[in-house]
Design a protein around this ligand. Sequence first.
Ligand SMILES: [Zn+2]
Length: 304
Amino acid sequence: MRTSSKLLAFLLLIATQSAVAALNIFACEPEWAALAQELGGDKVSAFAATTALQDPHRIEARPSLIARMRSADLVVCTGAELETGWLPLLLTQGGNAKVQPGMPGFLEASALVTRIEVPKVIDRAQGDVHPAGNPHVHLDPRNIATIAGALAARLTQLDAPNSAYYGARAASFADRWNAAMQHWREEAAPLAGVPVVVYHRDMSYFIQWAGMREVGSLEPKPGIPPTPAHLAELLERMKREPAKVIVYSPFSSPRPAEFLSSRAGIPGVMLPFTVGGSERAKDLFGLFDDTIGRIKEALRGAPK
Ligand SMILES: [Zn+2]
């Protein structure tokens, strides 16, 4: 009897410890929650503060997010001012010392890669929401590989007893990701040189990776909604520099793209933008499969 109750107590202790051992990860965007889950497996519990249907520039610092922040062991966000309107408030209100910027519990993904479109002159007065360069770094698959390495190292740092586990998962992810990148390189070959109009400049890293050419954006400046005057100017410009496809994110209104699509006679296509943005984009692999697939599909209907 005594032995079995001791055993029970021991088992309970193990169960409690393994439940406690799971790292609580607060990811600002779905792509980082997906990556953390890939690398952390059942040793982490990854929460995404936003969905693919939300504009990550514009999120409300809700009490439920503050509560999540309070219990987080690691915060993984894009940075580069993407979350400037809500993350600082969550960090302050959450009052969680171990996840503040500069601590091991805080990882800024965009700081790990080379940012593009860094403005020479910062002019927030004009409402540009990309003053620190383009923050949407996750759409270059090479950036995902780099950030995965840093994130796996961080998991190991925060949860050393499971370092072998994280190491094995990181190696497995790197293998599968490298193979996928090779496959995507071939799949995306027909996209090279294709001129594209974007809604918001959130596809720039993908466009650069695929060798596409961005010839305009529906927004006059990142974060400024399309205006009739800007769309008219864009249509005029497209007469000289025609585009083949217009792309937009799940959280953007399709109407400006539809307007331009009908006037310019080129297809408009919604891209998943992040994990959860379409049925096929159920993980990071599906995100790139679907992004490439949708653009190619749209181009089949584009004028030659
Ligand atoms: Zn943006």
